[in-house]
Design a protein around this ligand. Sequence first.
Ligand code: C5P
Length: 206
Amino acid sequence: MTIIAVDGPAASGKGTIARALARHYGLPCLDTGLLYRAVGLSVLKAGGDPDQEADALAACDFEDGLLNDPALRSEAVGSLASRVSVHPSVRQALVQRQRDFATRPGGAILDGRDIGTVIAPDADAKIFVTASVHVRAQRRYADALEHGGHPDMDSLIADIQARDTRDMSRDHAPLRMADGADLLDTSDLAIDAAIQRAIALVDAQL
Ligand code: C5P
């Protein structure tokens, strides 16, 4: 059983890298951010307050089908996810689901913020993917343009900085590099080069 943990901040490229690793190693992949996004969207739909722990906890009971909702991908829902994810009981409610996925026979890849530190500290390979705030905002900008949006660079930078601060400063399972993880900075790498580098780092750890 091979477990690979891929962590990093918003828009670092960790999702794309995790999916590429999944194809390369023939493993299933779970984007754990989607779970927090589903909780954020459920709170919104229920008319609750994402900053109230009881409202956020009640929303952890979401239907699996919600994980396929395209609305989960929006920046607004990403920010709601970041707000519900500070509550310890919300994190606890999602732990088992992630560990069940991680311990599938044959192994798995999970990407998120606390995979290498909390969900699977004994993972066989761990990488921490990062990139400068400016590069990450540029990627979001290009993404939004491609999807017909009208992005504003300054607000994208502000959103990413706010999300980094919240994810890194929360008391429970803050975003940080796990012991034994290798750092992969994708600021100056095209996606194919980043993927090749990720495969080399994981191969060296396995
Ligand atoms: O990775 P993504 O941008 O989809 O994650 C949305 C938010 O969910 C993050 O900003 C973070 O606050 C939270 N999250 C988390 N732990 C994870 C994955 C995501 O706290 N394992």
